[in-house]
Every structure is written in structure tokens, then in C-alpha cells.
Design a protein around this ligand. Structure first.
Ligand code: SF4
Ligand code: SF4
Length: 249
């Protein structure tokens, strides 16, 4: 998801669901650092390129899709970010590295046998070795890889005090401003998203804990949505000025 598609969460989701027939969907935010603060295309001062998603765009994008999904698609369409979040609300370890406390088990093997700590870090400093010289098992159990994974747990004060840290965990170090230990660039978006889904996730986690399908949430949500819409209509009607000639008794 990038700066253009970021405004169109519902539209993108409906296209994938209805026209492409996708049932398993993963959204990945594009975050490209500019290095010296000079964005490609002359956006001086921005830490990211113009096509990178903005933090709140990412949050709104996920919220818009979640709101549609939770009303009609639970159990039918699997949006990985929502599945991962549910794991956090169930109190089990996230299936994905970005939302786990530590990482370091997603290495990447290059065509020449070089092994790197992660596909976001195919750089000399993160080269673990070469499987033509060192057995793969030895590289996977190396101290360097362990240290790489443990570094993810070093979080800034904002994360340590954050009430959605159990689900976010500071996300991927690759997206942290200033590298390891810095605040995640996408933080405002993640915060909005995780706060938004808190209530429905609690509701959804309950039947799952009891071995029932999470789809029960859809009935609850459509009732709640209907009630909310009815209340809004009543409030709008009450606020409307009376028609000419109307006098209340
Ligand atoms: S750096 Fe990010 S993508 Fe790579 S293993 Fe760690 S959390 Fe996963
Ligand atoms: S939402 Fe922001 S403050 Fe909270 S854990 Fe995630 S990155 Fe840290």
C-alpha cells in the first residue's frame, strides 16, 4: 500500500474481494527511507519518499477495510493483519515477526549462498555467512542472528508506555525512525488502528476461546451498526428546523 492507494482502502479491498476473488489478503505498507532526509522527487526534509504511505493513511486504510470486513466477511475473507491482531487479543504469540517481541527467524538466502538476517536487511552488516562455507544450521543458531532478533525488543519510552504494545510491539525495526530503538514511523496509524479494533477484537476473541466461530461478531456488528445508524437519523431529524407553518403542540 502506497501514498496513492492509501486513500482508497475500501475500494482496494472490494476490488480484491469481489473482482479478483481473493480470499487471503496481505497488505504491506511501502516505507522507503530517503537517507539524508531528501525525498526522491525533491521532497526535501521528508524522511520518506513521496510514494511512501503516510502514517495516518496506513491507519485509516486498515480501519476502513476492517469496518467492512467485520460486518460481512469474517470467516470468508482472511486479511492477515486482522488474523495476526486476533492472535494478540487471544494472548497468543503473533504468527508474524513484525508483531512479536523479538524476531530473527526470517532469514533470506541469496542465489550465491549468502545468508542474511532478514530480507529487509540484505546489507553487509547483516550477512550471517555463506552456506557453501558454513552449515546452514550453524548460521541459524549463530549469536549474531540471536542478537539481531533481540534488538527488536529495544523500544522507545513511547512504546513501553503504549496500551496497544501487546499487539504492535513497535512493529518492524526497519520502519523505526533512527533505526533500532527509535519510534516506528507508522506509529500514529498503528495506534489508531489497534485502538479502533479493540472492542470488536475482544468480542471476537471470546467465542474463539470457547471453540466457537468468530463469525458471531458479524451479527452483533450489524445490529450495532443498525442501532447507530437509527440513532444518527433520529438525531439529525431532531436537529432539522421544522417545516414552515408547523407549530408543535
Ligand atoms: S526486521 Fe522486521 S521483517 Fe525482518 S525479521 Fe525483524 S520484524 Fe521481521
Ligand atoms: S502504536 Fe506506536 S507507541 Fe504503540 S507500540 Fe506501536 S509503535 Fe509503539
Amino acid at each position: 500500500m502506497h501514498a496513492q492507494s492509501g486513500q482508497r482502502g475500501g475500494e482496494v479491498y472490494r476490488f480484491l474481494r469481489d473482482e479478483a476473488g481473493a480470499r487471503y489478503i496481505q497488505f504491506i505498507p511501502v516505507v522507503e527511507w530517503t537517507g539524508a532526509g531528501q525525498g526522491a522527487g525533491g521532497h526535501t526534509g521528508s524522511p520518506v519518499t513521496p510514494r511512501s504511505v503516510r502514517p495516518m493513511q496506513w491507519g485509516r486504510f486498515l480501519v476502513d477495510i476492517f469496518d467492512e470486513w467485520v460486518r460481512r466477511d469474517v470467516g470468508q475473507v482472511f486479511v492477515l493483519t486482522f488474523d495476526w491482531a486476533l492472535a494478540s487479543w487471544l494472548g497468543i504469540e503473533s504468527p508474524v515477526c513484525i508483531f512479536r517481541e523479538t524476531c530473527g527467524d526470517a532469514v533470506v538466502l541469496e542465489h550465491n549462498g549468502d545468508l542474511y538476517a532478514c530480507d529487509h536487511y540484505v546489507q553487509p552488516a547483516y550477512r550471517l555467512g555463506n552456506i557453501l562455507e558454513t552449515p546452514l544450521a550453524e548460521l541459524l543458531s549463530s549469536e549474531r542472528l540471536r542478537r539481531f532478533g533481540q534488538a527488536k525488543a529495544r523500544l522507545p519510552q513511547a512504546c513501553r508506555a503504549c496500551h496497544v504494545r501487546f499487539a504492535c510491539r513497535g512493529e518492524c525495526p526497519k520502519n523505526r525512525l533512527g533505526g533500532e530503538g527509535g519510534l516506528n514511523y507508522l506509529c500514529p496509524g498503528y495506534r489508531v488502528f489497534f485502538e479502533h479494533i479493540d472492542a470488536p477484537m475482544r468480542v471476537m476473541a471470546e467465542p474463539v476461546r470457547q471453540g466457537r466461530p468468530a463469525e458471531d461478531i458479524m451479527a452483533l456488528h450489524s445490529c450495532a451498526a443498525t442501532r447507530r445508524e437509527r440513532r444518527i437519523k433520529q438525531e439529525e431529524a431532531a436537529a432539522r428546523p421544522p417545516p414552515p407553518g408547523f407549530s408543535p403542540r
